[in-house]
Design a protein around this ligand. Structure first.
Ligand code: HEM
Length: 489
């Protein structure tokens, strides 16, 4: 069933292009080696099967061995060039003739947001968003993140002897991003729309025909419900700011965007601001929740890494002020924990790859890529290449001790170039805050030691990573633990 959904999803990406665009005849070009396979089907089914069984990395490696680092294939009817290696990554993320390719479903679900705009409007939105998510701003969000993590740990983790990590991590990261972007309405939005955000996220790679009870139909319904709720909040913010002269919270995204607009920095309508807010929430929570889920999984299997992380976090806990709330300075001290996160991002990147479309004829390393063709790069190709990462399948956070030893454009969990993830710092800080409380308060054991995962397209443990949970209360964290209950009541 899931495989069929994935086929439908990829059809949704490529079939419209196949139907609407005439591809130039390739015979006069020096095209990359490889074959396009059976018409329309091409390599689609075998690639989808590999993604689903998490053997895609071997699939890419077999192709590279056979054809070299530049090869052509066909994915759901669209000729696609697979590129491998650091130079290829640099090319795909920085070449102006390659446009980020989104699904038709995403465009319908999210409307006019950063992921779907072009030209001047895109520049305005990116610049506003980069401002909102820049390190100095993220610094001011730490208190809110801390409060939300404590609230959720008390609500969903404490007192349970078994939890399913993926669903709780999704809830956690949704709560964190909402607490920052909405301020006081966050809890109401999360309570009323957590499932809607999930259904909306699930529908982004679905076949875009709006039929009730299909993935896309459910996603569209959820998208409309979320948009309505956020629009109500946005209208109130506009009223407060421009008619009553005050803002609700210093971190709220809608007010931030309204102020920027009044200063002439962009010309987005209130509807566009709402769409962008939905885009940020969707971009933020599925990715970071995958990172937290797989960190928890790795820590369960790596006692030495867990011991080192615990030492770092216990020390931070014992040095915390009387309030017991984490500060930016505390987060800056979590150096080893961030290395563990990076090693998790290297081995299990939340975004498995990137599709671009050639907007003009392009030459790359002597090969011709005709206008309209897709270009694809998969993160795992360099992340798991032994030329850049010694014993690449080994989980070893110490390889990030000297960042300069990692060659440029080999480690790209957040993409690169002008469309690089603007939420990198935000995700780092929220992950550190979440791991601080989880590591200092709990110990866990995997219910299924060898639980596999699929790429759907985000890495998803097949059972959602159930773990047996135990409370851990060393003397050093007792104060913080007590504070947790006092503050979150
Ligand atoms: C571990 C967490 C995260 C990972 C691994 C991740 C990864 C990525 C990647 C690879 C891209 C670029 C895709 C491409 O160029 O093809 C991207 C884009 C984006 N990310 Fe993230 N992301 C994460 C967290 C976040 C967070 C927390 C936010 C917001 C607070 C966010 C917001 C966005 C947005 C808005 C874009 C689109 C940028 C554009 O199209 O110009 N992400 N992310």
């Amino acid at each position: 069933m899931a495989l069929i959904m994935l086929v439908a999803a990829l059809l949704a990406i490529f079939l419209p292009l196949l139907l609407t665009k005439k591809h130039r005849s390739c015979s006069t070009y020096s095209l990359p080696p490889g074959d396009l396979g059976i018409p329309v089907v091409g390599q689609t089914l075998s690639l989808l099967h590999c993604l689903h069984s998490n053997t895609d990395d071997q699939w890419f490696r077999d192709r590279i061995k056979k054809y070299g680092p530049v090869s052509k294939m066909s994915v759901l009817g669209s000729p696609t060039v697979l590129l491998a290696g650091p130079a290829a990554n640099h090319f795909i993320f920085t070449n102006e003739g390659l446009a980020l390719t989104q699904t038709r479903a995403l465009r319908s679900l999210l409307g006019r947001c950063i992921l779907t705009l072009n030209g001047d409007e895109l520049k305005q939105v990116r610049s506003a968003l980069q401002g909102y998510l820049r390190p100095e701003m993220v610094r001011s969000y730490v208190g809110k993140m801390d409060e939300e993590v404590r609230r959720q740990i008390k609500l969903n983790w404490f007192g349970r002897d078994r939890v399913t990590v993926l669903s709780l991590a999704r809830r956690l990261t949704l709560g964190i991003i909402c607490s920052v972007v909405f301020g006081q309405e966050a809890a109401a939005i999360v309570e009323a729309h957590a499932l809607d955000f999930q259904l909306l996220g699930d529908a982004i790679l679905s076949f875009p025909v709006n039929i009730p009870y299909t993935r896309f139909g459910k996603g569209m319904r959820s998208s409309a419900k979320i948009r309505k709720a956020i629009t109500r909040i946005a209208e109130k913010r506009e009223q407060l700011l421009f008619h009553e002269g005050h803002a609700v919270s210093s971190t709220d995204f809608i007010t931030y965007m309204l102020i920027l607009r009044s200063q002439g920095s962009h010309s987005l309508t209130l509807e566009d601001i709402v769409d962008n807010l939905m885009g940020i929430i969707i971009g933020a929570h599925g990715t970071t929740s995958a990172l937290i889920t797989f960190m928890i999984r790795h820590l369960a299997n790596e006692p030495d890494v867990l011991a080192k992380i615990t030492e770092e976090q216990d020390e931070i806990a014992s040095n915390k002020g009387t309030e017991g709330v984490l500060t930016w300075e505390d987060v800056s001290r979590m150096k080893y924990t961030w290395k563990v996160a990076m090693e998790t991002l290297r081995t299990v990147p939340p975004v498995f790859g990137s599709f671009r479309t050639a907007t003009k004829d392009i030459n790359y390393q002597g090969y011709h890529i005709p206008k309209g063709w897709k270009v694809f790069a998969a993160q795992s190709i360099t992340h798991l290449d032994s030329r850049f990462f010694n014993e690449p399948t080994k989980f070893d956070p110490s390889r990030f001790e000297k960042r300069s030893s990692i060659p440029p454009y080999t480690f790209l969990p957040f993409g690169g170039g002008p469309r690089m993830c603007p939420g990198t710092e935000f995700s780092r800080v929220e992950t550190m805050v979440a791991m601080h409380y989880l590591v200092t308060q709990f110990r866990w054991k995997l219910c299924y030691k060898d639980e596999t995962y699929k790429k759907d397209p985000k890495p998803t443990p097949v059972f959602g990573l159930p773990v047996e949970l135990e409370l851990r209360r060393p003397a050093s964290t007792a104060d913080a633990w007590n504070a947790l209950y006092v503050h979150s009541d």
